[in-house]
Design a protein around this ligand. Structure first.
Ligand SMILES: Nc1ncnc2c1ncn2[C@@H]1O[C@H](COP(=O)(O)OP(=O)(O)OP(=O)(O)O)[C@@H](O)[C@H]1O
Length: 253
């Protein structure tokens, strides 16, 4: 087990026309950790993912990653090559290709165009098989991605990221729109994935967070409000005040 964090965000500030989406944020994650990120709308959760992937550059602070020092000068594609994978809410799968073909396309995605066109190696084929198993899509391997159920599409995209063997996987509300069964399957999948890599999940659904999180970080107004076990965070008066109380009120209306 590595003692250094895989990700260490130090005093990061991101401003849009003077408005601070992240305001002196400190955040760090260990290797092999499944971390949930919660906070009210506008807290800065997506902005945090954006500075990790390089979509946004901070005005101040440092983004230390996987023993590379500060990676702020790295382009987005370099971060992907170095193991930072991000799943957006809307899947970017190829609907007319089968599940298997989608994974086949993803296997060489970070390589050169020539490698992309070449037949898969034995190693790549076995990676596709292991991803089919990990995502529970073995029986759907021949189905066109466009006809998959909503949950299956999300799992396929997770598979397409996993096949590139990321070290740090970022997921933005992965269970949005899923059935209860799909949610549970996704929660179990994330726990399995985190045995081999670090996973950071932005999630609003507190039932899901309660069930699958061991450690939760709460953001508020671009700052790190608190972090800890689900129980400690849920009972923190500041969290109740800024987030959970508000969510209960929303649910009551
Ligand atoms: N490109 C941008 N230009 C201007 N303001 C932005 C931009 N991106 C984010 N913001 C603002 O920064 C703040 C933080 O946004 P962010 O999307 O990171 O919050 P969030 O916690 O992900 O919210 P939500 O839960 O609603 O997705 C918001 O007030 C948002 O309006």
């Amino acid at each position: 087990m590595q003692t250094q964090p895989i990700l260490d965000i130090q005093n990061v500030t991101v401003s849009f026309d003077g408005f601070k989406a992240l305001d002196g944020l400190n955040f760090s994650m260990a290797y092999g950790e499944l971390r949930f990120l919660i906070g009210p709308n506008g807290a800065g959760k997506t902005s945090l993912l954006d500075i990790i992937t390089g979509k946004t550059r901070p005005r101040e602070g440092a983004v230390l990653y996987d023993g590379n020092g500060d990676i702020q000068r790295w382009a987005e594609h370099k971060r992907v090559q170095k193991g930072i994978g991000r799943k957006f809410q809307t899947p970017t799968i190829f609907p007319s290709l089968t599940v298997y073909e989608n994974l086949e396309a993803a296997v060489g995605r970070t390589d050169s165009a020539a490698r992309l066109m070449a037949p898969m190696s034995a190693d790549q084929k076995s990676r596709v098989e292991s991803i089919l198993e990990a995502t529970g899509l073995e029986a759907r391997r021949g189905a066109r991605a466009g006809v998959l159920a909503h949950g299956e599409k999300q799992w396929l995209e997770i598979g397409m990221l996993l096949i590139q063997e990321p070290k740090l996987l970022l997921l933005d509300e992965p269970i949005a729109g899923m059935t209860r069964r799909e949610r549970d399957r996704t929660g179990e999948m994330l726990q399995e994935i985190a045995k081999e890599r670090s996973v950071l999940v932005v999630e609003h659904d507190m039932d899901f967070v309660r069930k699958y999180a061991t450690k939760v970080t709460v953001l508020h107004t671009g700052k790190h409000l608190t972090e800890g076990s689900v129980e400690s965070v849920q009972n923190d008066p500041r969290v109740i005040e800024v987030y959970l109380g508000r969510k209960h009120e929303e649910a009551a209306h």
